[in-house]
Design a protein around this ligand. Structure first.
Ligand code: SF4
Ligand code: SF4
Length: 186
């Protein structure tokens, strides 16, 4: 596919730099990020390919790949990048920018999970695993999904029936509100 570099295509990289402070143009395709990425095997567009697509402003392929939602946020790519690019920050920037926008997403349940995860953390100061899975399954109209996995975890005490509120929940809520306000100001 021939790609013409136009001013319009460069805007995606600029927009992301505005949100994250990271410059995708510094990437020279060494692939170290992809070689260390634990979820690259499941990505249609691997981390180094994502970087190239962002450089070229290929917005639709980036969104259609679903890579930003498959990333585990483990930060391995960041530690391996010789250009010191914070790849996760860029991925988080994409998540934030597209979270409430209407676009084709091959893994539709993941943005939903992302929102729900943050809501539970905001409420309890930590994640409430059972609540997360149960609400997510209800939304996907499959409430009993994964119960075979949940039972052994219950029996071993790895899953709690009721949520546990963290002592720092109030402070965390304040930090999250402050971050949201900063994001809106940008
Ligand atoms: S942060 Fe995401 S892209 Fe980077 S190595 Fe981890 S899973 Fe892969
Ligand atoms: S490790 Fe850094 S420079 Fe290398 S391909 Fe990944 S983002 Fe680009």
């Amino acid at each position: 596919m021939e790609v013409k570099l136009t001013e319009d295509r460069g805007r995606l990289a600029e927009r992301l730099q505005g949100i994250t402070g990271e410059n995708v143009m510094l990437c020279y395709q060494c692939k170290k990020c992809t070689l260390g990425c634990p979820s690259a095997y499941a990505m249609k567009m691997k981390p180094h390919e994502l970087m190239r697509a962002l450089q070229l402003g290929l917005e639709d392929p980036v969104l259609w790949s679903g890579t930003m939602w498959i990333c585990l946020s483990c930060e391995t790519c960041n530690t391996r990048c010789p250009q010191d690019i914070n790849i996760l920050k860029l991925i988080d920037g994409l998540r934030t920018y597209y979270l409430n926008r209407d676009y084709y997403n091959p893994v539709r349940e993941l943005p939903m999970m992302h929102r729900l995860f943050l809501k539970l953390v905001r409420r309890f100061g930590r994640i409430y695993e059972l609540g997360l899975v149960f609400i997510l399954n209800l939304k996907m109209v499959d409430p009993l999904k994964d119960t075979d996995m949940a039972m052994p975890m219950f029996l071993r005490g790895k899953l709690k029936f009721f949520p546990h509120r963290s002592e720092g929940a109030k402070e965390l809520r304040k930090v999250m509100s402050r971050l949201e306000a900063m994001e809106e100001e940008r």
